[in-house]
Design a protein around this ligand. Structure first.
Ligand code: AMP
Length: 278
């Protein structure tokens, strides 16, 4: 596995590279969810293609007062994880931003609601760093998790609107046996919080059950999700929304393509999840 730590070296690598490259952008603290993205990337790249993983804890996408400082950075474990997973290139840049940077990528519609409303500037940071990674590594395709559904939708829109010739591939959410979506942030949870955390998935399953039985009032469905989450100790709802999965606009009545998305604090840890309802 080749490791590149500077943007110059990345551009040199791309000039000399032959064959197709598929990129998996991450912030590290790698887990089985990331492994599934790497597996899908290999499928697309083929045996002789390049699977590239980037690890960069992007300061631009952390709003003030969030967990940028304490975000886990297990460098050598992540390096071994990538080597064992058959990754060809690990890109962990030390020099992503110029101090006097003044250009950003802003998506202005899909990022208005959900996590974009709760975390001002977050998706601007995400789009800016992903656009830089796309330019630096020039992949044929890039793989993202549906766990961060809004992010995936925004990246698709960015690639479309800015004409990146990069195929965007979405991968279904990988979960623990009890339904909790894998996340690097799960390691912040103490024992009691970990026991409470599956309530996100349970609440969405309950909503899906009711939707499958014909309940189509979004406000009723959201009330049900709220009451399931209220039953878990230490859980505080940031938002629960039922939206159109294409344009992320809130719905009043269920119709095809509906998605429930939520963010819940378990103690101090903010977890997100989502599920297709129809
Ligand atoms: P992160 O390192 O948390 O920024 O995530 C990097 C990529 O992995 C993003 O595209 C995430 O959506 C994806 N990802 C994170 N957790 C999961 C999961 N449990 N299942 C599938 N994809 C995931």
């Amino acid at each position: 596995m080749k490791i590149i730590e500077s943007t110059d070296a990345a551009q040199r690598h791309v000039r000399e590279r032959t064959g197709k490259s598929v990129l998996v952008p991450t912030m590290g603290a790698l887990h089985r969810g990331h492994l599934e993205l790497i597996r899908v990337a290999r499928e697309y790249a083929g045996r002789d293609g390049e699977v590239a993983v980037s690890i960069f804890v992007n300061p631009l996408q952390f709003e003030p007062g969030s967990d940028f400082e304490k975000y886990p950075r297990p460098e050598s474990t992540d390096e071994k994880f990538c080597a064992d997973a058959g990754v060809n290139l690990l890109f962990r840049p030390r020099d992503m931003y110029f101090e006097d940077r003044s250009v950003y990528v802003d998506e202005t519609q899909l990022s208005a609601g959900l996590c974009g409303a709760a975390r001002r500037g977050h998706f601007r940071g995400v789009c800016t760093v992903v656009a830089k990674l796309f330019n630096l590594l020039a992949p044929a395709a890039a793989v993202f998790g549906e766990k961060d559904y809004q992010q995936l939708a925004i990246i698709r829109r960015m690639a479309r609107d800015l004409n990146f010739s990069i195929e965007i591939i979405g991968v279904p959410t990988v979960r623990e046996a009890d339904g909790l979506a894998l996340s690097s942030r799960n390691q912040y949870l103490d024992t009691d919080e970990r026991a409470a955390a599956p309530v996100l998935y349970q609440s969405m399953l309950r909503v899906k059950e009711l939707a499958d039985r014909g309940e189509n009032s979004v406000s009723k469905l959201i009330d049900v999700a709220r009451s399931v989450i209220a039953s878990a100790k230490g859980a505080r709802i940031d938002y629960i929304s039922i939206v159109d999965a294409e344009n992320l606009q809130p719905l009043e009545t269920l119709r095809p393509n509906a998605l429930i998305a939520l963010a819940v604090f378990i103690g101090k840890t903010r977890l997100i999840d989502n599920l297709r309802l129809t």
